[in-house]
Design a protein around this ligand. Structure first.
Ligand code: GCU
Length: 338
């Protein structure tokens, strides 16, 4: 009921916002995400706004809504499904409930390096069937965004080995794979939306969470959680999804311009990513007194690797994709050794 009322409120607000724009016949394109204004994702989306309006500005008015202004990721995926908004950035984690093909990128220790991760996500042949898998749900993925490497961070004590997670309540994203992963690590999984994490840490509802470095600074989690452990368990991409009816209603010429815009988002976002992470680390250490810990990654890896077999057995359609990902990893390693 609460969820329904939230959605109703958001749709009403959107209607009022739309009504305010009367007199201007441009079609408003609403894009939602849950990051702050200085986050690489917002920077990438603003570049898209500028690009589309420079090409098709007489017809479209692109509006980017950061900071969960239009709702949490789960809410805004639903709003994109119905067409109440046009685009939303969703973590790959939550998309597995729309098609289990997305489970693949939620597997811990799937990629050997950021280079491997990027090569896989940029492989059009591999990505295409995944990105179009949710057409039945009224949306498709149009591009991916870097969300770095996920690591544990905690309030009271550092995580040096998986045993340190025992008895700790750790926030995870709202996905069955992530809950299972945390079970294997030995912590108590507490799923919740991203926007609730700060308060949950502050009020000791949870003992820690797991995310990339920007959560510490951009989302201020480092004000409460002072230990960040580089156990490197996941590289989970963010996915920009678009309402299918909207996308299919574009003329072929417009769609080509939009596609160029989607590529631009990825490019700009990724260029901003590395620098943002470096800045976040410096800020966390120097201004927030966050301690970075470099534990033995192998200890963490061995706990959760059984998840690969479990998932592949339960969802056999993932096997060819998984094999291809391994193959790309091998090629990169061999190339690097030459
Ligand atoms: C990252 C990711 C977000 C996601 C968040 C989370 O910040 O970029 O898309 O929502 O993690 O843990 O929920």
């Amino acid at each position: 009921m609460k969820k329904f009322l939230n959605l109703l409120l958001i749709v009403t607000c959107l209607f009022i916002l739309g009504a305010c724009g009367k007199g201007d016949n441009r079609r408003i394109i609403r894009i939602s995400h849950n990051q702050a204004q200085d986050h690489p994702t917002n920077i990438g989306l603003l570049a898209f706004e500028e690009f589309i309006e420079s090409k098709l500005g007489d017809k479209y008015d692109v509006q980017v809504f950061p900071n969960e202004l239009l709702g949490s990721q789960v809410n805004t995926v639903e709003l994109t499904q119905t067409g109440a908004i046009d685009f939303a950035v969703a973590s790959n984690a939550i998309l597995e409930s729309f098609d289990n093909i997305y489970q693949i990128f939620n597997l811990p220790y799937l990629f050997d390096s950021p280079e491997h991760y990027h090569a896989v996500m940029d492989n059009a042949e591999l990505i295409e069937p995944i990105f179009t898998s949710t057409e039945k749900s009224g949306f498709e993925a149009v591009t991916w965004l870097d969300a770095g490497t996920r690591n544990f961070y905690t309030v009271k004590k550092p995580i040096n080995t998986p045993d340190d997670l025992k008895g700790l309540k750790i926030r995870v994203q709202q996905s069955a794979s992530n809950i299972r992963m945390m079970e294997l690590f030995g912590g108590a999984a507490t799923p919740m939306g991203f926007g609730e994490v700060y308060t949950a840490l502050q009020q000791s509802v949870i003992d820690g969470a797991e995310n990339n470095e920007l959560a510490i600074t951009s989302n201020k989690h480092g004000e409460v959680a002072k230990y960040y452990s580089y156990n490197m368990h996941q590289m989970v991409p963010d996915i920009l999804i678009g309402n299918l009816k909207f996308l299919n209603g574009l003329s072929p010429e417009e769609r080509e311009i939009f596609n160029e815009g989607f590529r631009l988002i990825s490019k700009v976002q990724r260029e901003a990513w590395t620098e943002s992470v470096e800045k976040a680390k410096a800020q966390a250490q120097n201004d927030m007194n966050v301690q970075f810990i470099y534990p033995d990654v192998a200890l963490f890896k061995e706990r959760v690797l059984p998840l690969h077999g479990e998932v592949l057995e339960a969802t056999p359609k993932l096997k060819p994709i998984y094999d291809k990902i391994q193959e790309i990893g091998k090629q990169i390693k061999e190339g690097g050794n030459n």
